[in-house]
Design a protein around this ligand. Structure first.
Ligand code: TNX
Length: 506
């Protein structure tokens, strides 16, 4: 097979790419080496180098000697973390002073491949680009023969436009096991996402073991929408997910949704209800009927315990506290409640994130983050709060592709693949306040891994580019060509994407 038989495509498109003639060819003698000018980066670089080497060894069957070495000799792939002689690529977003931590420069010549960044995280992002520059068989689980393992010569300078590029998975409406979440993390990493938000609790289910309140998962672990099988993560499972995500430079953001969306807690513990009586478990998909008691200290003892245990499992800076659709809570109670919960999050050293309308509560500090699931949020802008844009008729992965599509909901309209690609978060929030984007997958209708695949792919790839690539470089005709090439790789990996007819596939 020749290189031209396996076209290359980059998603998200880097900030700058210069293609040069000729190619670097992997051979059985190719060495993979790393170096770092700070000793604290050594451990991460060993891990990243091992990940890269294992992947290439599996696909090629080549021995590929690897280790620490500074030399970029012929037939070498060099991964170099340095702050010394290297200016990180300019980031087009003036709001991003920290952009350089994910920036990288990848230089491919006939002799060698050199990937440079100021952090191991930057190297990790750059390696995803290198995979995309290799033939598609790099993703095969069995060694492939007769492949020209070439990488086209180029100079790529790259950094993301937005710091927050996330996806949300609702595991409360339907539970999704550790293996499914890890498989999703693999894909998120390939497309340079850096956040995975897990919606762990809702009216139907409670999916994270809380040792001080065991009935949460005993009673509402097994419950799911439509009476489907449920499940929950033990704290060990959750730690495993945090570590797996972390090794892919993805932060796991836990969400405990409150004061609404809490029927699972109310069904597990009578003491959380005004009459002291446990509520029935719930398998429907209506929203807005449940509320914690906002003026009872019992509620805050519960929340303190839950957030303490969740914090102990969470190395990242953020705790998502929900706050959406609290239709069974009065406005005054809501404001009082949100203020109390933000204060609890602060005692555990975490920055709270909430959905609209939590920003309307006067008690919300301007240091809290709004996850915006409306088209705009004037109050958050007035308060100067940082915003994650999850505009539903663009970013929601659970909206149907088209009216007759069997999976998904349509309350925000349909979201075909071109719409999921062609949006710009700064049309909705001033850029200075935008942390970035998140595309939520609510799972009322997503029961199986195949359901998740079809709702997520290929739309996720469009959001990857919205979050990473400067708007001026994005265009739908060019993207369709790259998407076609990339979906071939998804197919090789067993990802059951939806071949949306709005895409020109041939
Ligand atoms: C709205 S968006 C919700 C969820 C539903 C979703 C279905 C938001 C903060 N809340 O409770 O699952 O719609 O699309």
């Amino acid at each position: 097979m020749t290189a031209s038989a396996s076209p290359r495509a980059l998603i998200p498109l880097p900030a700058s790419v210069v293609w040069n003639p000729n190619a670097f060819r992997l051979s059985p003698q190719t060495r993979i080496v790393w170096c770092a000018d700070l000793p604290e980066h050594a451990e991460a670089m060993v891990r990243i180098t091992t990940l890269l080497t294992d992947r290439i060894r599996t696909a090629t069957g080549f021995p590929l000697p690897c280790g620490e070495n500074r030399a970029s000799d012929a037939d070498t792939i060099l991964l170099e973390v340095t702050t010394a002689d290297w200016q990180s690529p300019a980031c087009s977003n003036p709001a991003r002073a920290d952009a350089s931590s994910e920036a990288y420069r990848l230089t491919v010549t006939e002799a060698c491949v050199r990937l440079v960044a100021t952090t191991p995280e930057g190297i990790f992002r750059g390696i995803q680009t290198l995979y995309q520059l290799l033939p598609a068989q790099i993703d095969a689980v069995e060694p492939a023969s007769d492949i020209d393992w070439s990488v086209p010569c180029c100079v790529i300078e790259d950094a993301p436009v937005y710091a927050w590029r996330g996806m949300m998975l609702d595991v409360a409406r339907h539970f999704h096991p550790v293996a499914t979440v890890k498989r999703l993390i693999d894909q998120l990493a390939r497309f340079k996402f850096n956040k995975l938000h897990l919606h762990l609790t809702d009216d139907q289910g409670w999916r994270l073991e809380i040792k001080s309140w065991p009935a949460l998962t005993e009673v509402c672990g097994p419950v799911a929408v439509n009476g489907d099988p449920g499940g929950f993560y033990t704290q060990d499972d959750y730690r495993e997910l945090v570590a797996y995500a972390g090794s892919h430079y993805i932060d796991l953001i836990p969400e405990i949704d409150m004061p609404g969306h809490t029927n699972a807690a109310l069904a597990a513990y009578g003491e959380l209800n005004p009459d002291g009586v446990r509520r029935d478990t719930y398998t429907g998909i209506e929203v807005g009927f449940s509320s914690l008691m906002c003026r009872e200290e019992a509620t805050y003892r519960f929340i303190d315990d839950v957030l303490r245990e969740v914090t102990a499992l969470t190395p990242g800076a953020y705790l998502h506290i929900g706050g959406d659709e609290a239709k069974a809570t009065t406005e005054e109670d809501f404001a009082y409640f949100i203020g109390r919960v933000c204060a609890i999050a602060a005692t555990y050293g975490k920055t709270p994130i909430g959905w609209n309308n939590f920003e309307l509560a006067e008690t919300v500090p301007s240091s809290a983050v709004l996850q915006m699931w409306q088209n705009e949020s004037p109050k958050a802008v007035e308060k100067g709060m940082k915003v994650i844009a999850s505009v539903p008729n663009r970013a929601y992965l659970d909206m149907k592709y088209h009216e007759d599509y069997p999976l998904g909901l349509a309350w925000a309209g349909c979201v075909p693949t071109d719409v999921a690609y062609g949006w710009e978060p700064s049309d909705h929030v001033p850029k200075a306040l935008l942390l970035g984007i998140e595309c939520p997958l609510w799972t009322e209708t997503a029961v199986t891994e195949a359901d998740i695949d079809q709702l997520v792919f290929p739309r996720l790839l469009g959001h990857a580019e919205v979050g990473w690539t400067p708007q001026a470089l994005r265009n739908w005709p060019d993207y369709q060509i790259r998407l076609r090439i990339m979906t071939e790789r998804l197919r090789l990996q067993g990802i059951r994407y939806y071949a949306d007819p709005v895409v020109k596939w041939d």
